[in-house]
Design a protein around this ligand. Structure first.
Ligand code: DON
Length: 310
């Protein structure tokens, strides 16, 4: 049924949900993100078999932000293995906002609860192999190029600089983690890697294709080549279910029921096994930092085609 989904259906859904944009607010704590237009909305579906269908401002690029945490986790697992990664970052949902700091003090030795909150994601960025930030970011970009088969994808340096210059909270998290020996090396270099991974620019079709690789058990959807080991792809999708929407992950699981990850630029990437990847973009966010229109659209899609995994 869902295979018959057409562009005009996606367009009519976008038209129906666009009124919800006024219920949210574009992120402005990273100054460059405040320039986004809340009326720019887009959706793409990349099925495991077939072509990407899309609607809305599908050519518009937006930065991955926290969606990058799923990709960096996959790369850190490939680089270091499961035991090493989860020796430093936990596997439990936090139920806290993404930038929360206070739980770091509640565990001895200090260990961020999971890789989707900022504290955990910063530790993961610190684990990506490379002699310096340039090489680490380069490896992450190559990994994204491999998943999308698109070498044009790059870091949006304007957004990266804007975040790097205003990331006082993330700096605090990093210095705390450094003090407690959870991260190695230079704090500013790790922040550089993290802000650049968050600033990778994609459009909805490129993002949906990344989602499709996770949905395809880590294999490229056209060549079927294994890019991410199956077990690691599963770990990533499990975190998308338990922590992908932060302290809104429970209600999202009930209303939508598809593994998904949001970012403060307004993007959401969803991965549904045996189906494919879905990406939505709508920069107006709710109070938890998730795209208002994105969540609404995913809810409609899930209910219409009975896509919940539960
Ligand atoms: O660390 C930050 O503040 C951002 N670069 C990413 C945060 C984010 O996307 C949270 N997700 N909704």
């Amino acid at each position: 049924m869902v295979n018959k989904l057409e562009k005009k259906t996606l367009e009519s859904w976008l038209e129906n949900v666009k009124e919800y944009a006024c219920e949210g607010k574009v992120a402005d704590y990273i100054p460059a993100l405040a320039e986004q237009n809340p009326e720019h909305l887009a959706v793409a579906i990349y099925p495991l078999k077939g072509e990407c269908i899309y609607a809305g401002h599908s050519e518009k690029c937006f930065t991955l932000q926290s969606i990058s945490k799923v990709i960096s986790l996959a790369l850190a697992l490939i680089d270091n293995g499961e035991d090493f990664v989860f020796g430093r970052v936990g596997m439990e949902p936090s139920g806290d906002p993404f930038h929360s700091i206070y739980r770091l003090e509640q565990h001895t030795p200090s260990k961020p609860l999971n890789p989707m909150i900022n504290a955990g994601a910063l530790v993961v960025s610190n684990m990506i192999y490379g002699v310096n930030a340039h090489e680490r970011v380069g490896r992450l970009l190559s990994f994204i190029h491999e998943m999308t088969d698109d070498h044009s994808i790059q870091v949006n340096e304007n957004v990266a600089d804007s975040e790097f210059n205003s990331a006082f909270l993330n700096r605090s998290l990093l210095y705390y983690l450094k003090q407690h020996d959870v991260i190695k090396g230079d704090v500013e270099e790790t922040l550089d890697v993290y802000t650049k991974q968050c600033s990778v620019d994609v459009n909805v079709c490129q993002l949906a294709r990344i989602g499709a690789v996770f949905a395809n058990e880590g294999r490229d959807i056209h060549s079927n080549r294994q890019i991410i080991p199956r077990h690691y792809a599963r770990i990533c999708k499990t975190f998308m279910v338990t922590c992908g929407m932060y302290d809104a992950s429970g209600s999202f699981a009930i209303k939508v029921g598809i593994p998904a990850k949001s970012g403060v630029s307004g993007g959401v990437m969803a991965s549904l096994n045996q189906f494919g990847g879905i990406a939505v973009y709508g920069p107006a966010l709710d109070e938890k930092g998730n795209s208002v229109v994105g969540l609404k659209l995913l809810e409609i899609l899930s209910n219409r085609y009975d896509l919940s995994i539960f």
